[in-house]
Design a protein around this ligand. Structure first.
Ligand code: SF4
Length: 93
């Protein structure tokens, strides 16, 4: 439903006919780590995340997975073909 409180005009899962159903009936402002993210948007009451109601929780255990301003490091693991590895081991290579 479209928010009519803190982030007016944003489609939000927490908005209901009774109002905002999130904690304390409002979203929480962005945190320092959100600086530069495209999802951090200015609203009448401050800067809020367009994708998540409480940005501090997104950063609590690591990097926010919705963030647009950070690059994720791709895991480069060598894919090992188990069958080939087994044959190699059997040949003694
Ligand atoms: S998507 Fe993540 S980094 Fe971006 S504003 Fe929202 S909580 Fe902050």
């Amino acid at each position: 439903m479209i928010c009519e409180t803190t982030k007016k005009g944003v489609d939000c899962l927490f908005m209901s006919k009774q109002g905002c159903s999130y904690k304390d009936n409002t979203c929480k402002p962005v945190v320092e780590q959100c600086t530069g993210c495209e999802k951090a948007q200015e609203f009448a009451g401050g800067t809020y995340c367009a994708a998540y109601p409480e940005p501090a929780l997104k950063w609590k255990t690591g990097k926010c997975n919705f963030a647009t301003h950070i690059k994720r490091e791709a895991k480069k693991e060598k894919v090992i073909n188990a069958l080939k590895a087994s044959k190699r081991k059997a040949k003694g290579r």
